[in-house]
Design a protein around this ligand. Structure first.
Ligand code: ADP
Length: 399
C-alpha cells in the first residue's frame, strides 16, 4: 500500500510517497513559488539523484499534477501508474473542536474545514486548496485529513480556556487549540517505545523546537496542555514570532507607533522572536554563531529562548504532578547542542541532568540523560509525514 502525504502552504507543497508495508519513503519533494514567477519542483526519488523541474505553475492543481507526473515518470518516477497510490493523507492545520482524530475526507468534512478557516485564516485555506486539487485529479482515491490540533483535543477545559468573558468561547470558539499535534504524538509514542514503558503510564514533556516551536504535556498518552494557543503565536519565542506577551502591549504600541491591529499582528508573527530581538536572523544557527562572536543581542535572544522553554518544562512538570521524560525534537531540538544544554542547566531539583558528552549529537535518536538521573532526556527526530501516512492507512483501511 502506497500513501501519498501532502502538506500544502500558501505557495508551497511538500510531499512524500510512502510504501506502508516497510514504511519506506519511495520519493519526496517540494514545490515552491506556486502562483509566482519561477515556480520549481525538487523531486527526490529513493536511491536516485534529485531532479529539479522549473516550470510555471499557476495554482496548486498544476503543482499536484506535476508531482504526480514526476512520481510516474519513466526515468525518475517510483511507481508505474497513479493506480499505485492507494490513499492520500493531507496535513490540515486546524480541525477546530470538531475533530479529535483524523478523518476520511468527504463533502461534509470539507465544509467543516471551511468553517475552521475563520479561526485559522492563514493556515486552513492553502490546505483546502491542496485537498481540492488532489480530489479533482484523483477522484476515486480515499483521502484523510490529519490535523495539527487533533492530538490536543484531550486537554481539560481548565487548561484550554482563556479567562475571557465566556460568551467569546460560545460565540467565536475562542480557546486554546494547540498545534504541532502530529509531531508531539509521534515523538511521545516513540519515547515510550525507547523507554520500554507503557505509553499510557508516562508523564512526557515534548519540546518541538523549530522555526515554529511548542511544548506539550502528555500524561498517560493524552495531551493535557500545550504552549501554542488559539493560533500558533502563543507560547515560546520562535524564529519570527513573539510567543507569550502582555496583551496590553498591543494597544500601547498602536497608539505610540500609529499602527493598526493587523500591522501589529504582522510584527508579532513575522518580525519578532529570534529575528526581532537579535536583529540578526530568524535562524537559530545564525543566532548561535553571532552569539559566539560576541553579539550581545544574539546572546540575549538565545538566553530568552532557552529560559522560556525551561519555564514551560517546570510548569508542565507541575501540571502533570511530575515528569518521567523530556523529548527534544524538530530542527533546533534535534540539532542544537548548546540549546539543549542551556535548557537543562540547573534542573537537577526536578531530576533532570544531562550527560554533556552524550548531548554532543545531532539529528539522531539518543538518550542524553546522565547515568542515574531520574528524568530521561531524549532526542527523537520527528517524522510528521510518517505519522500522517500511518493515520491515513488506518482510515483508508476502515473505508
Ligand atoms: P519548521 O519545520 O518549523 O520550519 P524546522 O523544524 O526545520 O522548522 O527547524 C528549523 C530550525 O532548526 C532553524 O532555526 C534552524 O536554524 C534550526 N536548525 C537546523 N539545523 C540546525 C543545527 N545543525 N544546529 C542548530 N540549529 C539547527
Amino acid at each position: 500500500m502506497n500513501v501519498l502525504v501532502i502538506n500544502c502552504g500558501s505557495s508551497s507543497l511538500k510531499y512524500q510517497l510512502i510504501e506502508m508495508t516497510d514504511e519506506e519513503v519511495l520519493a519526496k519533494g517540494l514545490v515552491e513559488r506556486i502562483g509566482l514567477e519561477g515556480s520549481v519542483l525538487t523531486h527526490r526519488p529513493k536511491d536516485m539523484d534529485k531532479i529539479i523541474i522549473e516550470k510555471d505553475m499557476k495554482d496548486h492543481k498544476e503543482a499536484v499534477k506535476l508531482v504526480l507526473e514526476a512520481l510516474v515518470d519513466k526515468n525518475h518516477g517510483v511507481i508505474k501508474s497513479m493506480d499505485e497510490i492507494t490513499a492520500v493523507g493531507h496535513r490540515v492545520v486546524h480541525g477546530g473542536e470538531k475533530y479529535s482524530g483524523s478523518v476520511l475526507i468527504d463533502d461534509v468534512v470539507m465544509n467543516v474545514l471551511k468553517e475552521c478557516s475563520a479561526i485559522a485564516p492563514l493556515h486552513n485555506p492553502p490546505n483546502i486548496i491542496g485537498i481540492n486539487a488532489c480530489r479533482d485529479l484523483m477522484p476515486d482515491v480515499p483521502m484523510a485529513a490529519v490535523f495539527d490540533t487533533a492530538f490536543h483535543q484531550t486537554m481539560p477545559d481548565y487548561s484550554y480556556m482563556y479567562a475571557l468573558p465566556y460568551e467569546y468561547y460560545e460565540k467565536f470558539s475562542i480557546r486554546k487549540y494547540g498545534f504541532h499535534g502530529t509531531s508531539h504524538k509521534y515523538v511521545s509514542i516513540k519515547a515510550a517505545e525507547m523507554l520500554n514503558k507503557p505509553y499510557n503510564e508516562l508523564k512526557i514533556i515534548t519540546c518541538h523546537l523549530g522555526n515554529g516551536s511548542s511544548v506539550a504535556a502528555v500524561k498517560n498518552g493524552k495531551s493535557v496542555d500545550t504552549s501554542m494557543g488559539f493560533t500558533p503565536l502563543e507560547g515560546l519565542m520562535m524564529g519570527t514570532r513573539s510567543g507569550d506577551l502582555d496583551p496590553a502591549i498591543i494597544d500601547y504600541l498602536a497608539s505610540r507607533e500609529g499602527m493598526t491591529i493587523s500591522e501589529i499582528n504582522n510584527v508579532l508573527n513575522k518580525k519578532s522572536g529570534f529575528l526581532g530581538v537579535s536583529g540578526v536572523s530568524s535562524d537559530s544557527r545564525d543566532i548561535e554563531n553571532a552569539a559566539k562572536e560576541g553579539n550581545k543581542r544574539a546572546q540575549m535572544a538565545f538566553s530568552m529562548f532557552c529560559y522560556r522553554v525551561k519555564k514551560y518544562i517546570g510548569a508542565y512538570a507541575a501540571a502533570m504532578g511530575g515528569v518521567d521524560t523530556i523529548v527534544f525534537t524538530a530542527g533546533i531540538g534535534e540539532n542544537s547542542i548548546p540549546t539543549r544544554e542551556k535548557i537543562c542547566e540547573d534542573m537537577e531539583f526536578l531530576g533532570i541532568t544531562i550527560d554533556k558528552e552524550k548531548n554532543k549529537i545531532r539529528g539522531k535518536k539518543e538518550d542524553i540523560s546522565a547515568a542515574g538521573a531520574k528524568v530521561r532526556v531524549l532526542i527523537i527526530p520527528t517524522d510528521e509525514e510518517m505519522m500522517i501516512a500511518r493515520e491515513t492507512r488506518e482510515i483508508a483501511a476502515c473505508k
